[in-house]
Design a binder for this molecule. Structure first.
Ligand SMILES: [Zn+2]
Length: 283
């Protein structure tokens, strides 16, 4: 499941062929993904220029010159593939339509962008740019973890009196937008905080320490996503999935990577999701 760094990598990968470019034609090959597509979506997209490609949490937002914004959510299994990228050094020839290629954007510059989603938990919507932030999917989101409004004062206030485990609190999209299971596990490991501790029982210093660690973990992942973009043109043009080296995530039973620690990484289930942590390093 793509998390914020993967979505940001997809956004950056789409930028050369989409930003400032005209959508010559959009093919919409089924009536819905997770929800029905908006009315006349293909017609409303065809001929529009993408003025700006931005990201809010795990949503990609393409602002069009017609005053509408295309919202794209990759969901669980959504993938974007670019072929015929006019600016790329390696031009992928347009592949034949595959099963689950639900939406295809034919750009005037020759690029073709394909949205493939076997499980169809993804979504697309067309909304007024001026009121985009009031969209039901965006309205209640907390601050962007890489933005200025996500800071120590915000997190201390948000955690105050919270009886939920710190891991659950960090996954709460009202508190901070776009943090998912994988990166929250990594953040708490680096912070040395036991994921099962109650958010409201952490010291202010501990809560404050989480802010730079959240940024560091996400920025490192975005950087490694960026280096994957250099390679993707040589592969199949698919954006956003790249090799990670997680310190705790997915490492149950393996040795902790902290120097001098020989404890095995433990897995517990919190709110139905797996949590990986080192019981010696995280208190
Ligand atoms: Zn350890």
């Amino acid at each position: 499941m793509p998390e914020l760094p993967e979505v940001e990598t997809v956004r950056r990968g789409l930028e050369p062929s989409m930003s400032g470019a005209i959508i010559l034609r959009a093919d919409v090959n089924r009536p819905n993904l997770r929800w029905p597509f908006p009315d006349r979506m293909a017609e409303r997209l065809s001929g529009a220029r993408v003025e700006r490609l931005r990201r809010r949490s795990k949503y990609i937002l393409a602002d069009l010159d017609r005053g509408e914004t295309l919202l794209i959510h990759l969901g669980m299994s959504g993938r974007m593939t670019v072929s015929g990228d006019p600016l790329g050094q390696f031009v992928h020839t347009h592949p034949a339509l595959q099963k689950h290629d639900h939406v295809v954007f034919h750009m005037e510059n020759g690029a073709r962008i394909t949205f493939n989603d076997p499980r169809r938990f993804g979504a697309m919507d067309l909304i007024d740019t001026a009121t985009a932030q009031a969209h039901p999917l965006l309205a209640k989101l907390g601050p962007e973890p890489l933005g200025n409004t996500f800071n120590e004062a915000h997190l201390v206030a948000a955690f105050q009196g919270k009886n939920t485990p710190v891991k659950t609190a960090l996954l709460d999209q009202h508190i901070v937008a776009g943090l998912g299971n994988i990166y929250v596990c990594e953040v708490l490991f680096r912070a040395g905080i036991d994921p099962t501790r109650k958010a409201g029982r952490l010291s202010e210093a501990q809560i404050a320490s989480l802010v730079p660690i959240v940024r560091e973990v996400l920025n490192e992942a975005i950087t490694s996503g960026g280096s994957s973009l250099k390679d993707f043109r040589q592969a199949d043009g698919e954006l956003g999935y790249f090799q990670h080296s997680f310190r705790v995530y997915g490492r149950e039973g393996e040795a902790c990577r902290s120097e001098g620690c020989t404890t095995a990484i433990t897995r517990v289930v919190q709110s139905g999701r797996s949590t990986f942590f080192c019981p010696s390093c995280q208190r």
